[in-house]
Design a protein around this ligand. Structure first.
Ligand code: CA
Ligand code: CA
Ligand code: ZN
Length: 328
């Protein structure tokens, strides 16, 4: 074989491999969090998931889990050392155990008119979402899921017909108007909005360390049809809510930082992964380090039937950050 032919064949093989390795269907995307305006200086760069995907040449199809605003490494490190200081000052006896923290939940149902198809979802779906949260944060036995300190209690529902709010996406004037009008309670109260932000988004959330800088914007927003029994197959089992509340309690995506050793999700028992996983790719192993990708984790982007757990490390992180910033 001549060298020229060998090079040509090698290039052809690489092209074929790249074609095979590029997922054809991407469905999830969330928008994590409108960052508080008061915290802008502290968050010099934010990179949307969409931008990350485009940079990799990946395409979107239906729903993206979460258009999360990633923190840049410097900002994340500042919060991380504050968390470590906080933890170092606590005695082990202060750490809350399974089911010891009850979070009050207000739902804000935004619709564009009467009926489920206009976003006016039923009280039954809201109660089902609470049940999904309670089951997810308790963890199913025998699955390796953590039984976290958190349980959820429905304390109020508002219903608003407003087309601009129904279509409000992250970091928009409509989102600020909606939340300013409806936000209830303090740092320890979960405000859970449902609407139809468009842009293939399933939801977004604010982090605990952003509360003080912009309390009115605190909370999670989920696509109305992602709640249990909604029409958004395969994202209609309520795990968009589970995922967004995970952010609200301080978790990052399992793929944050890719395969980097230091800057990642700051959770030791979630194996690193190079990028979000979609669908339910069993055995996916995108980083050379030990452990297959945590596709079953609520903080990845896989389908609702695929994700079923938080880890012990994630539970501990939520336990600490929820106390540190939310007084929960
Ligand atoms: Ca990890
Ligand atoms: Ca690995
Ligand atoms: Zn997310």
């Amino acid at each position: 074989m001549t060298r020229k032919l060998f090079v040509s064949l090698s290039l052809l093989c690489m092209a074929l491999l790249l074609t095979v390795a590029t997922p054809s269907l991407f469905k999830r995307a969330h928008a994590e969090s409108a960052r508080p305006t008061g915290d802008k200086a502290a968050i010099p760069t934010v990179k949307s998931l969409d931008a990350q995907k485009t940079a990799k040449g990946e395409t979107r199809s239906q729903r993206d889990r979460c258009a999360t605003r990633d923190l840049d490494e410097t900002t994340a490190s500042v919060y991380e050392s504050a968390l470590n200081d906080f933890n170092n000052k606590r005695s082990p006896g202060q750490i809350r155990k399974s089911g010891e923290v009850t979070i009050p939940v207000y739902f804000h149902v935004i619709n564009k008119g009467a009926g489920v198809s206009n976003g006016d979802i039923s009280d039954k779906m809201l109660r089902a979402q609470i049940n999904v949260l309670n089951a997810a944060y308790a963890g199913a036995t025998g699955t390796g899921a953590a039984n976290t300190p958190f349980r959820f209690e429905l304390v109020g529902v508002t219903r608003t017909t407003n087309l601009a709010w129904f279509n409000a996406g992250p970091d928009t004037a409509a989102e600020r108007e909606m939340k300013t009008a409806l936000h209830t309670g303090g740092a320890d109260t979960l405000n859970f909005y449902t609407n139809n932000a468009g842009g293939y988004l399933l939801g977004w959330a604010t982090f605990p360390f952003w509360y003080a800088g912009d309390p009115a914007m605190d909370g999670v927003v989920c696509l109305y049809s992602s709640l249990p029994g909604g029409t958004e197959v395969p994202y209609n089992e309520g795990d968009t809510g589970t995922h967004e509340v995970g952010h609200w309690l301080g978790l990052f995506h399992t793929f944050q930082g890719g395969c980097a050793a230091i800057y990642n999700d700051f959770v030791a028992d979630t194996p690193s992964e190079r990028s979000p996983a979609f669908n339910c790719p069993a055995g996916r192993d995108s980083c050379p380090k030990t452990g297959v990708d945590p596709i079953e984790n609520f903080m990845d982007y896989t389908d609702d039937p695929c994700m079923y757990r938080f880890t012990g490390g994630q539970s501990a992180r939520m336990e600490a950050l929820s106390l540190q910033y939310r007084g929960l």
